[in-house]
Design a protein around this ligand. Structure first.
Ligand code: NAI
Length: 312
């Protein structure tokens, strides 16, 4: 069956209505299983993507998935193991090089560029290098993020500031530097990695939750600003993924609170907290990021991938 034209828009019929040969008019949803009939969204082959916080975890999985989807992927990270404030080990230069190698193994170009997303000069230099070495930018994935746990009454001011610097200011600085390049290419995509923690505040995680709420509202503002320039901006809210954030921070805290042994506490938590009774993988989050990069006419949303652990 093939689409033969668009039906005139009449009352009770959506603008998406498509007439199929030998059939009644169908909605766009009816077309989903029929490969080749409906548009597949933005073609990613040959596009240039930048992923921050890409040395490991979710960022690495997104970089690899974008490469498999056809993008050349510049991977960036602070890549110096520690920032003096974050209370666990950050990624190293070797980790970042391994991500770039994985992109190249998928047959696409890559470059591993060190940048601290909290520093405007670093971010401007990073985007300058993307432009000069890759000819521009089509996709920005603002993924770099940190976490720390403490009750508000005992919250260290330097940790609060660092969480907001990385998780919020970093997203702003990357967007600001990327916008001229995206517009120069006639449009593109920004995906900001927020969190289910940005939708529901949790005791002991106030700074992290508040920072991720800020990412969600920043995303909505930016989506309205950039819509006329054909740049779609969306937030992705991962749920529960056993990266350093869990193994180094959340597992020990939860174990202390619940008495469940640290090696079982993640599984115990996701069994209790998700409809699907499991945590998510970095690859599942990466699939959603690729969807947001391909999607046409989707902007300003927060897409949650949490197995039912957050449904609002
Ligand atoms: P991760 O700790 O493995 O990855 C974060 C990356 O960001 C690291 O490679 C780190 O070196 C980098 N980074 C930290 N500070 C930086 C800076 N100033 N400049 C540049 N890079 C910096 O953690 P994960 O889980 O992969 O986190 C990725 C994103 O996903 C974060 O934004 C996080 O908040 C978010 N997220 C994670 C969830 C989880 O369950 N793991 C759930 C919801 C959201």
């Amino acid at each position: 069956m093939r689409a033969v034209g668009y039906a005139p828009i009449e009352s009770g019929r959506t603008p998406d209505t498509i007439v199929l040969e030998g059939s009644q008019p169908a909605t766009a949803l009816d077309l989903v299983p029929r490969a080749g009939v409906c548009r597949r969204g933005m073609e990613l082959t040959g596009k240039v993507a930048l992923v921050t916080g890409a040395a490991r975890g979710i960022g690495r999985a997104i970089a690899e998935a974008l490469a498999r989807a056809g993008c050349d992927v510049v991977v960036s990270d602070v890549a110096r193991s520690g920032d003096g404030v974050t209370p666990y080990r950050l990624a190293s230069g070797d980790d970042l090089a391994a991500t770039a190698a994985a992109v190249e193994a998928a047959g696409r170009r890559s470059a591993a560029l060190t940048a601290d997303v909290t520093l405007a000069a670093d971010v401007e230099r990073l985007l300058g290098e993307v432009a000069s070495r890759f000819g521009g930018l089509d996709v920005l994935i603002a993924n770099a993020g940190i976490i720390a746990a403490a009750p508000v009454a005992a919250m260290d001011e330097a940790i609060w500031d660092r969480i907001f610097a990385v998780n919020v200011k970093g997203v702003f600085l990357c967007a600001r530097a990327a916008i001229p390049l995206l517009i120069e290419h006639g449009g593109g995509r920004i995906v900001n990695i927020a969190s289910v923690a940005g939708k529901t505040g949790r005791g002991g995680l106030s700074a992290y939750c508040a920072s991720k709420s800020a990412v969600i509202s920043f995303t909505q503002s930016l989506a309205e600003e950039l819509g006329p320039m054909n740049v779609a901006v969306n937030a992705l809210c991962p749920g529960f993924i056993q990266t350093a954030m869990w193994t180094e921070v959340l597992n020990p805290v939860l174990a202390g609170m619940t008495g469940v042994p640290v090696e079982r506490v993640f599984e115990d938590f996701v069994q209790r907290s998700t409809y699907l009774k499991r945590g998510q993988t970095p690859e599942e989050i990466a699939d959603a990021a690729v969807y947001l990069c391909r999607a046409e006419n989707v902007t300003g949303i927060t897409l949650t991938v949490a197995g039912g652990g957050e449904v609002h």
